[in-house]
Design a protein around this ligand. Structure first.
Ligand SMILES: *[C@@H]1O[C@H](CO)[C@@H](O)[C@H](O)[C@H]1NC(C)=O
Ligand SMILES: *[C@@H]1O[C@H](CO)[C@@H](O)[C@H](O)[C@H]1NC(C)=O
Ligand SMILES: *[C@@H]1O[C@H](CO)[C@@H](O)[C@H](O)[C@H]1NC(C)=O
Ligand SMILES: *[C@@H]1O[C@H](CO)[C@@H](O)[C@H](O)[C@H]1NC(C)=O
Ligand SMILES: *[C@@H]1O[C@H](CO)[C@@H](O)[C@H](O)[C@H]1NC(C)=O
Length: 395
């Protein structure tokens, strides 16, 4: 897209999203010496353009033209003097092919009111995965794009390729929107979660396509008000809440919606997993709706026996599954392996239609209570819980 057009579109989106005024100072990374040759480290030019934009008291626009920009590592720090910094990216940001020894390759820290439009980030994780596969001593690896301690961040139309570890990570942030992202890494790449969200609230992921080697989206402790809509996942390990309860005093997970998602050839579909450890915590108010499963190994799974014991201290309640259709690649399409000490409660299932090799699939339930209604294929095995009636949450 021509910069002028993408600029206009960006302004239009922003006027709706952040009501930003229409004047802006602009900063072009080329003017700060960034070379689009894929070889010369452009970290300092990028950071200098950021510093200038961030210290502008008016809304600021940073331009990254077409081409490949090698970035060794960059931490873009706030707070900025304005609440509306936009970055328009036509080019590709490339990580060093010899893996970096820092935990975050591109890090946005303590920013407020940032939008990133377009762009490709290429983590070049191949050497790092190979090192791990060979069982050698490897550096810890890097997440490609991390947003930490930030507010009001929009990431629109980003492509992320071959991250060493997570592609995108959101930590300790709120009002974060990811839309139109394309995330890609091979099925065999380890720990390359597509989007990881932790200790954050009001996070939206819309219109996003994810094929990767680990969870397409993972939701960690202390996360509330997440909305995931129109996401395709596969290959990958599905959309997961957890693992939770691995350490003491984790904050709960609440109000999570996952709707209109398509899973294809993934290991899991919709999953909640907790460690079988006694640490208290909770998952409450989850709405899984309108999902299609195409040859998914475990379409619906709650696993509270994720090593080493079978009595997790995490309480799972008010989880609704509505309109979940398609095929399971294993016999057990629906598995609730809940904690013996904290049974799952208020599970609500409505219109489930999952098959295994065109036949009826099986179910497995342990310590799971709730209600089912509408089509139930395979028949639900959760224990009927009259108290759910009247709650109606999610249905
Ligand atoms: C940024 O600078 C490059 C190199 O001079 C130029 O080709 C490009 O048009 C500039 N982009 C904008 C939006 O000014
Ligand atoms: C940014 O937004 C916050 C909260 O709305 C406000 O307090 C602050 O003054 C704003 N800063 C600027 C530079 O507009
Ligand atoms: C739940 O989260 C959604 C955003 O995903 C938000 O709109 C809604 O207000 C939240 N509900 C509550 C009760 O906080
Ligand atoms: C854990 O599972 C084992 C074997 O299934 C069972 O004997 C034991 O009672 C269980 N412990 C709890 C706390 O449920
Ligand atoms: C369940 O799905 C199968 C194939 O996916 C379809 O043929 C069947 O009509 C569906 N049943 C109901 C009750 O929706």
């Amino acid at each position: 897209m021509a910069p002028a057009v993408s600029f206009l579109l960006g302004m239009m989106t922003l006027c709706v999203f952040f009501l930003a005024p229409a004047t802006a100072r602009s900063y072009n990374v080329s003017d700060y010496g960034a070379m689009p040759d894929g070889r010369t480290d452009a970290a300092n030019p990028f950071l200098n353009a950021w510093a200038a934009a961030c210290s502008s008291t008016e809304p600021a626009a940073i331009y990254v033209p077409a081409g490949r920009f090698l970035i060794s590592q960059a931490t873009f720090k706030g707070p900025c003097k304005n609440n509306a910094t936009r970055i328009f990216v036509d080019g590709t940001l490339v990580a060093p092919s010899t893996y970096c020894a820092v935990p975050n390759w591109l890090l946005f820290m303590a920013v407020r009111g940032l939008s990133i439009f377009g762009g490709t980030i290429d983590g070049q994780g191949q050497a790092f995965w190979a090192c791990r596969k060979a069982g050698r001593r490897c550096p810890q690896g890097a997440m490609s794009l991390t947003v930490a301690k930030s507010k009001k961040v929009l990431i629109s139309g980003l492509t992320s390729l071959n991250s060493e570890l997570f592609h995108i990570a959101i930590f300790g942030s709120s009002s974060i929107q990811i839309q139109g992202a394309t995330i890609s890494a091979p099925a065999h790449s380890p720990n390359t979660d597509g989007i990881h969200i932790q200790k954050s609230s009001d996070v939206t992921v819309i219109d996003t396509s994810i094929e990767t080697g680990d969870d397409c989206i993972s939701i960690g402790e202390g996360t509330t008000n997440v909305w995931i809509e129109k996401v395709s996942c596969g290959p990958g390990h599905g959309i997961s809440i957890g693992s939770l309860g691995g350490t003491p005093s984790e904050a709960g997970v609440q109000n999570i919606t996952v709707t209109w998602v398509a899973f294809s050839g993934t290991e899991n579909g919709l999953r909640i997993k907790t460690w079988g450890k006694p640490y208290a915590g909770y998952v409450k108010g989850v709405n899984f709706a309108h999902a299609t499963m195409d040859n998914v190994q475990f379409p619906i799974v709650v696993d509270q026996n994720y090593c080493p014991y079978n009595s997790s201290g995490i309480k799972i309640s008010q989880v609704a599954y509505t309109d979940i259709q398609g095929s399971s690649a294993t016999e057990v399409a629906l598995k609730f392996d809940c904690s013996a000490s904290n049974p799952c409660s208020e599970i609500m299932m409505h219109n489930i239609n999952l098959t295994y090799q065109n036949n009826q699939a099986l179910t497995y339930c342990k310590n799971a209570h709730g209600i089912t209604s509408g089509v139930m294929k395979p028949p639900g095995c959760i224990e009927y819980e009259i108290s759910v009636l009247g709650h109606g949450s999610g249905l």
